[in-house]
Design a protein around this ligand. Structure first.
Ligand code: ACM
Length: 261
């Protein structure tokens, strides 16, 4: 299975420009799966719900339609972050689509910093989508710092963590190596690049998108500034083998009675 990430610079408030860029950068991508960054159609740094309103889409509106069209055009599954509106609530959401018309939406569980002022906390719970011979675990950016996110998805059967991100702290890429090792799964972190300033908020995003394997090797990694589609061939079934030694199973050996969760 050929999997990749699209690292790029979404322009705040410029949806058409962002969709055109995504469409262009995914042309002839020759992949089975591409993961795109968090909120990649709208930009990230909102200062009001009025700003968000026209950039938002329902779960069956124009943004899901756009990703469905690209998925069919390129015959690849896609996972991408977008700004979802449901009734009066905004969600920092992630969509999985495939060329057969399947669609899953995950709403970010753990909101970061000012997101708490504008977004509703995700209410879908964690989601795993099946595509070809792989089970894809959906997670968005700050979900990374809670090991429960990756663990839950992995116990649900995910082979590949599909992690759409707008990272501003320098730790996550290293942490995702550990998430891969401790759950014996692949992880695709698709991060954005560039800077945004809106009101008092100024953020610079760290790029360095990467794909790690179940042993924590970084298979491919972008730098901090390039717009790039990178891809690699993997075997998702390797992630299903959870024996760490001949006597240790990663999940069955857990001692849940001692974990005060
Ligand atoms: C983040 O969750 N966008 C840092």
């Amino acid at each position: 299975m050929r999997v990749g990430f699209l690292q790029f610079y979404p322009e705040l408030f410029h949806e058409k420009q962002n969709l055109d860029k995504i469409s262009l950068l995914l042309q002839n991508c020759n992949t089975d799966l591409v993961v795109l960054p968090e909120l990649c159609t709208s930009g990230y740094s909102f200062e009001s719900k009025e700003e968000m309103d026209q950039l938002s889409s329902t779960g069956n509106g124009r943004i899901p339609d756009f990703f469905n069209d690209i998925s069919v055009r390129e015959q690849t599954a896609l996972v991408a972050g977008f700004l979802e509106k449901d009734e009066e609530l905004f969600f920092n959401s992630q969509i999985f689509v495939d060329p057969f018309g399947n669609q899953t939406i995950y709403r970010k569980t753990h909101l970061f910093l000012n997101e708490k002022d504008f977004f509703a906390p995700g209410n879908t719970g964690f989601k795993v989508a099946k595509y070809k011979n792989a089970f894809l675990g959906l997670m968005v950016c700050f979900d990374w710092i809670f090991p429960e996110s990756a663990r839950t998805l992995s116990v649900m059967g995910a082979d590949i963590l599909c992690h759409s991100a707008n990272l501003v702290m320098p730790f996550c890429q290293k942490a995702m190596i550990t998430r891969s090792i401790e759950n014996h799964v692949y992880a695709i972190t698709s991060n954005r690049i560039g800077s945004e300033k809106n009101g008092d908020q100024a953020l610079t995003f760290t790029g360095m998108s990467q794909i790690t394997d179940p042993q924590g090797n970084i298979l491919i990694q972008a730098n901090g500034t390039e717009e790039v589609l990178m891809k690699v061939d993997i075997d998702p079934e390797i992630a299903r083998y959870k024996m760490i030694t001949e006597k240790n199973h990663l999940f069955n050996d857990r001692r849940k009675e001692f974990y005060d969760l």
